[in-house]
Design a protein around this ligand. Structure first.
Ligand SMILES: Nc1ncnc2c1ncn2[C@@H]1O[C@H](COP(=O)(O)OP(=O)(O)O)[C@@H](O)[C@H]1O
Ligand SMILES: Cc1ncc(C[n+]2csc(CCOP(=O)(O)OP(=O)(O)O)c2C)c(N)n1
Ligand SMILES: [Mg+2]
Length: 309
């Protein structure tokens, strides 16, 4: 089986979609730009041994996660996804049926998330599976929520329990697109990010971009029950703060806005207020007795062999 046969199969699985003028099959896809909207573009690379393990994880889980992590970035800016571009490097020793299944599962996941696959690239090599997905999305002009924008006194919130996603949630989570759209429509959100590397690490991006600091109240952190599956010495809180791949939203908003949405009975977002934006640089953890310590935890980082943090 060669590249073109696989692409033909993918094309036949992917039906027409009104968001795509020209999809799989030419040098480029063609997508119209709606007046009054801006285009969002995001891309993430997923590798065997880093983001999944082909020895353990099903092709279905791998395909779904690859799309979901990218959709989580669209959610983080309160965007609506338009189309996905899916590039796959298959190990040369894969059986045609495995390659076919990966494409089938990508289309299956794309259907679940209601996004068309409009293009991509297919290679083979003598190394392990690599998948790169890019997603195009849109927001109304000027409505994208950025990492920059957190203000002094803002509340810091997360949209769900954190930690232990390695035990399965990394594959089963649903990107928070609907929740982010609701938040952006119904409240003033000053900054937002999705938690991929860990709460502390990703909050760090908001703090750096917004040039502010934060206090996190440790007893307010929602710790996922998945954390109970660890058999290590690390405190559950540390897992929640730094495991990563939770793909929950982390956002900031003025206290009055938080109060408003907490009172809103039709709010579809789980809201956990976990801290406050302050003027003191860095992130500080405040425990239940009010003791404050600066936070030394880091999240997941890709490193080179000779990288000295
Ligand atoms: N190789 C690269 N070339 C250009 N930009 C990159 C590269 N790697 C990462 N970036 C950019 O750096 C920013 C942060 O990336 P990343 O930490 O992967 O964010 P995320 O968690 O949202 O995926 C993004 O704007 C991304 O596009
Ligand atoms: C085999 C395996 N090892 C480790 C992890 C945990 N892990 C891998 S990547 C990652 C962080 C997120 O990945 P990254 O490529 O940094 O995503 P981005 O921030 O670009 O969205 C974590 C916590 C995993 N899911 N699977
Ligand atoms: Mg990335």
């Amino acid at each position: 089986m060669v590249e073109f046969e696989l692409i033909e199969e993918l094309k036949s699985l992917q039906g027409d979609d009104s968001r795509v003028n020209l999809g799989i099959g030419d040098d480029c896809a063609i997508i119209s730009q709606r007046t009054g909207y801006e285009t969002l573009i995001t891309t993430d690379l997923l590798l065997d041994g880093v983001h999944f393990c082909t020895e353990i994880d099903s092709i279905k889980s791998i395909a779904r996660k690859s799309l979901a992590v990218n959709l989580s970035d669209i959610a983080a800016m309160a965007g609506r996804p338009t189309a996905a571009f899916v590039s796959v490097v298959f190990p040369r020793n894969w059986k045609p049926q495995q390659a076919r299944q990966l494409f089938q599962e990508l289309v299956h996941a794309a259907n679940e998330f209601q996004i068309p696959i409009a293009g991509g690239d297919t290679n083979t090599w003598s190394h392990s599976l690599a998948i790169n997905i890019s997603i195009y999305g849109e927001t109304e002009q000027g409505k994208a929520i950025r990492r920059k924008g957190a203000q002094l006194g803002d509340q810091i919130c997360v949209s769900g329990p954190l930690g232990g996603s390695i035990f399965g949630r990394q594959f089963t989570f649903t990107p928070r697109i609907a929740e982010a759209l609701w938040l952006s429509k119904n409240a003033k959100v000053t900054s937002m990010i999705d938690i991929s590397d860990g709460l502390i690490s990703d909050l760090g991006h908001i703090l750096n971009e917004s040039k502010v600091g934060a206090e996190i109240f440790t007893e307010k952190i929602p710790i996922s029950e998945d954390v109970g599956q660890f058999v290590d010495e690390t405190p559950p809180l540390d897992h929640a703060l730094s495991d990563g791949e939770d793909f929950e939203l982390l956002w900031t908003m003025p206290p009055a806005e938080l109060e408003k949405i907490l009172k809103n009975k039709s709010c579809p977002v789980q809201i956990f207020p976990v801290g406050l934006i302050t003027a003191v640089p860095g992130c500080h953890l405040v425990d239940e007795r009010g003791l404050k310590r600066s936070c030394s935890l880091k999240g997941f980082v890709h490193k080179l062999d000779n990288f000295d943090p």
